[in-house]
Design a protein. Sequence first.
Length: 185
Amino acid sequence: MEVVLIPRSRSCGFSLIQLITTLGVLASSLSLAIPNWVGISQNSKIQSSRSEIMSLLNFARSTAVIQGVAVTICPTSDQRSCNNDYTAWNDGFMVFSDRNKDRSRGPEEPILRLGIGQQRGIKIYSSPGRRSIRFDTDGSAWGSNLTLRFCVDNQTHNNRSILLYGTGRPRYSHHLSNGDQVTCD
């Protein structure tokens, strides 16, 4: 029996085995990268929200000192009046001159700034006993200490906070004032 060898032509493509191997490696890489990307995206949203509120806190404090009038920040749903729900900060918030120091906006008290509602998936809660923040003319914010909590569902390792003490100085934190992990229960 005679064996005939057929000359091999030069092919310019990939074999099926090469394609399956490449797709397997790509799928494995994506399965590792996508969960990390979601965490990075959520962390970015929380940082953006915290930066916006920190900016408003600093603005309100400096305005109270410079203008010599009490300034209040509170959550709002209608951009005209305060919402007394400590879990409603992600609906929006406003800064206004609180001339009568009652922590609620009257018709004669001008709105200085409005904060828009926060990004989907982010919850912002204040301390239950502190539904608004009033800065006095010396820049202080006396009352019980305030913790603004920024949370993502089921991602407690990404949760962050802003702590505000009676002196009026806010600071960023990864924990609550007592050292516990930030939660929005």
